[in-house]
Design a protein around this ligand. Structure first.
Ligand SMILES: Cc1cc2nc3c(=O)[nH]c(=O)nc-3n(C[C@H](O)[C@H](O)[C@H](O)COP(=O)(O)OP(=O)(O)OC[C@H]3O[C@@H](n4cnc5c(N)ncnc54)[C@H](O)[C@@H]3O)c2cc1C
Length: 462
């Protein structure tokens, strides 16, 4: 059932679970719980279509690297899947292991544990078979020494509003409250048990939602903001996690032009997007685990794109740009805090201080050099490298609209391996804010997989 708080004008709701945020994570948790007959109130701040007034609630303050808090996420039913591009892939097994040269690295869960959920998430995101080593494409590139082939799968892209609105509307056990912005998340037992969400519409309507279990699924920046607000007001006993909440904000760093390759022959066609059993995939290259270890680098991958060759004698030849996607190292100084400006409800807006460190820049620099060596060694072409350590290059690093790490899963982080907030009995977090590290691959497949895993866990607890 879908109810618009603006239309009903208020009320009080009760369910087994209250999921706050109706994006990929929140909708997945609610739908998965519904299969076990568990009732959910799904609280969504926006409506069924994007609205400027709702979107303005996503404004914020930015210090550090330039960033658009308003355009990097969407505040309506379906969340940012309303404009995501659909590039997907699982994290690598090595992304889960602690790496001596990457402070704060290592997940408290194993890669294997996510495999069944990634497979299920593939169906939800319309990605085809969970296969990342597509056979039948003989590579003409020879043996790589530092790099390994990798693959992105393309979701159509699945828009959760279009695909899942009817499911939610017809459900007997899901009540989705639209235009219901979380204003307070209040607890009992000295704040150790979340008990009630107070939600409000911009038109003034207020409602309460009581539940046995609460799931925060408001996106990677807002999850931290909600917890910081609850800590600030003393609504929940968050003393154990307050100091770390919002810290370790990470992005995937996109670099359009680390290297331009003047290609010999047409081997690069093996890296073009193609259809595998009716599902689109794009092959790429990434740093091998050994290369990361030997050179003490983060994870990095990329795709080959034909580009214009510089004018002159090269006219008519094929040049390739290597579109690089790099992991960012966890850094407590890259963070989301509460700002001094307020939203239309009078709540402090998020303030983002995104910064990159030496390891982030060195990974992009050395990674592109190793690509150039590899291309030369295998006689695939010649490469012109940009100086990735120059201040001008750093200005050309883009963010990928991926909000990672602000409620990290760690003993000394914000959530435990079950995604439960430390110190609160019944409050869980869904979304990329729980990732302790983000690898180089886009996050949504893992967001959906973790949401399915969380729903399983909650279903067992109830
Ligand atoms: C332009 C763009 C391209 C992208 N491309 C890719 C890609 O190719 N591959 C990939 O993996 N990822 C991509 N992403 C990222 C992807 O969209 C996100 O990872 C994913 O949508 C996050 O899902 P989520 O449910 O965690 O958060 P969101 O989608 O942000 O959903 C959060 C939901 O919570 C609601 N909400 C927020 N605050 C409140 C509140 N206080 N009260 C009530 N409700 C609230 C919001 O309205 C929203 O519906 C892209 C993002 C953008 C912006």
């Amino acid at each position: 059932m879908i109810v618009d708080l603006e239309e009903v004008g208020g009320g009080s709701y009760e369910a087994d679970v209250c999921v706050i945020g109706g994006g990929a994570a929140g909708i997945t948790v609610a739908r998965a719980l519904a299969t076990s007959g568990i009732s959910t109130v799904l609280v969504e701040g926006g409506g069924l279509t994007p609205e400027a007034t709702s979107q303005q609630l996503y404004r914020g303050e930015v210090t550090g690297r330039p960033y658009s808090l308003e355009t990097s996420r969407l505040r309506y039913f379906g969340g940012s899947t309303g404009h995501w591009e659909g590039y997907c892939g699982p994290l690598d097994a090595s992304d889960f292991r602690p790496r001596g040269w990457v402070p704060y690295s290592g997940w408290p869960i194993d890669h294997q544990e996510l495999l069944p959920y990634w497979t299920e998430a593939h169906e939800i995101l319309d990605l085809g078979p969970f296969l990342y080593d597509v056979p039948g494409r003989e590579r003409r590139t020879g043996e790589f020494k530092w790099l390994r082939p990798c693959l992105w799968r393309h979701s159509p892209p699945t828009r959760f509003k279009e695909k899942y609105e009817d499911d939610v509307r017809r459900s007997d056990v899901i009540t989705c409250l639209l235009h219901a912005n979380l204003l307070r998340l209040q607890g009992t037992n000295g704040g150790r048990v979340a008990r009630q969400a107070l939600v409000g519409a911009l038109g003034g309507a207020l409602a309460t939602v009581r539940a046995h279990t609460f799931v925060l699924a408001c996106g990677g920046i807002e999850n931290a903001r909600v917890l910081l607000l609850a800590a600030h007001r003393g609504d929940l006993a968050l003393d154990q996690v307050e100091a770390v909440t919002g810290r370790f904000f990470m992005e995937h760093v996109l670099v359009g032009k680390t290297a331009t390759v003047l290609a010999n022959g047409d081997w690069w066609r093996d890296f073009e997007r193609f259809s595998h059993e009716g599902f689109d995939v794009t092959p790429g290259l990434r740093l091998s685990e050994k290369t990361q270890q030997d050179h003490e680098l983060l994870s990095l991958g990329g795709m080959m794109r034909p580009t214009e060759c510089p004018a002159g004698p090269l006219a008519g030849r094929t040049c390739l740009a290597f579109l690089t996607v790099a992991e960012q190292a966890p850094d407590p100084g890259s963070l989301v805090t509460l700002g001094s400006r307020h939203d239309a409800f009078g709540l402090p807006l998020a303030k983002l201080h995104w910064r990159l460190g030496d390891l982030d820049r060195r990974t992009i620099d050395v990674g592109s050099r190793l690509l150039a060596h590899e291309i030369g060694r295998l006689r695939l072409g010649r490469t012109r490298l940009e100086d990735m350590l120059s201040p001008a290059a750093a200005d050309s690093f883009w963010s990928a609209n991926h909000h990672i790490g602000t409620t990290r899963m760690a003993d000394d982080g914000v959530v435990d391996p079950d995604c439960r907030v430390h110190g609160i009995e019944n409050l869980f977090v869904a979304g990329s804010s729980v990732f302790p590290t983000g690898g180089y691959v886009n996050p949504t497949l893992t967001i959906v997989a973790l949401a399915l895993r969380l729903a399983d866990h909650i279903a067992k607890r109830l």
